[in-house]
Design a protein around this ligand. Structure first.
Ligand code: CDT
Length: 338
């Protein structure tokens, strides 16, 4: 192995609306400790990991809504220092593990669906990503508490940092003296080719993606509104794996996906699907349960070379002059009828 690295997805099982921060934190720290015992160097956690996936609820109580965010202001400093969650980051630093973790970010001027990548060596935030593609609607589908809504457009602003790759300098020695190039996505972003390609164009070798993907939400998906729960689950898993494996392959990068899984509130099921995918699109490790679980693999970043130098040698084979529409158009403009 030329540039070996032991990585893992930290899948997190059910977190209910009533589950306390303290309880979640304890579970996350246990995952950190178990990862450390197994010598994991990079651990990826899900989207909005510290709380339940609150955008599924139509929340009218401002105080409850406010409780789902971390507050990062000039006074508090970065999320790693904030009182609710700093114990998590302290432990990651003590154990020397790099982490990516998602959370609701409140800057005082806006709220974002955010993930930070934090060095296990220094405890510094090496990169912050804000979710670009916010799915769902600004108003609830309905007020039935059994309905899984998707109100991210109501509770977050669209991410404004773009798709900026970075070097995980903390992992330089482990990776043969050359720091891994890392990119970040959050949940729905993984379904859009655009972000992946932006990262491919920066030579990204490891894409980290946490998510909360509902296993049953026909109101959100459209199509057969009478779809069975079993079939809906199967379809959600199929689409999750399809996009991750295909985009990892076409951009010649590893991808670590970390699910918030389980059946929240015993009525809002989420898919698992935490996995490590290689640059040829193969799954090299995946979850076995729907609970808190580590999915671990030792990968070799040199395996990205095959695709990057041959089939998907972007500099050699791409024709950007043919792709103008991609940057110019938002929606669909069909050709005129003749
Ligand atoms: N959290 C999140 O982004 N969930 C969305 C649900 C859309 S279902 C097609 C996801 O893409 O998984």
């Amino acid at each position: 192995m030329g540039r070996p690295l032991k990585v893992a997805a930290a899948q997190v099982g059910a977190v209910h609306r009533t589950t306390s921060r303290a309880e979640v934190l304890e579970r996350l720290v246990k995952l950190l400790q178990d990862a450390s015992t197994q010598d994991v160097k990079l651990l990826v956690f899900p989207e909005t990991t510290f709380t339940t996936f609150f955008p599924r609820y139509y929340i009218t109580d401002d105080e409850e809504l406010a409780s789902y965010y971390e507050y990062e202001t000039a006074e508090t400093g970065p999320v790693t220092q904030t009182k609710n969650v700093k114990a998590f980051f302290q432990r990651a630093k003590e154990l020397g593990i790099d982490v990516q973790i998602g959370y609701g970010e409140d800057t005082g001027n806006g709220r974002y669906n955010t993930a930070v990548y934090v060095s296990g060596k220094t405890g510094d935030v090496l990169n912050k990503y804000r979710k670009v593609h916010l799915p769902g609607s600004t108003e609830p589908f309905d007020l039935n508490p059994n309905t899984t809504n998707q109100l991210e457009k109501k509770y977050f602003l669209p991410g404004n940092y773009g798709f900026q790759a970075f070097r995980a300098s903390s992992l330089k020695e482990t990776c043969g003296g050359s720091s891994p190039i890392v990119g970040q996505l959050i949940c729905n972003d993984r379904r859009w080719a655009e972000g992946w390609r932006c990262y491919g164009l920066q030579g990204v070798e490891i894409l980290c993606c946490g998510y909360n993907t509902t296993a049953y939400a026909p109101q959100l998906w459209g199509g057969d509104q009478n779809i069975s729960r079993e079939k809906a689950y199967e379809e959600a898993m199929f689409h999750h794996k399809l996009v991750v494996q295909a985009h990892a392959y076409t951009n010649s990068m590893f991808c670590i996906t970390a699910a918030r899984a389980g059946n929240d509130d015993d009525r809002h099921p989420l898919i698992p699907g935490s996995m490590i995918v290689d640059p040829e699109g193969h799954i090299v490790a995946e979850n076995k349960t729907e609970e808190d679980e580590l999915v671990i693999a030792t990968i070799d970043l040199d395996d990205c070379k095959q695709g990057k130098e041959r089939t998907f040698n972007l500099g050699k084979h791409r024709r950007p002059e043919m792709y103008g529409r991609l940057a110019e158009e938002g929606g669909v403009k069909p050709p005129p009828e003749v």
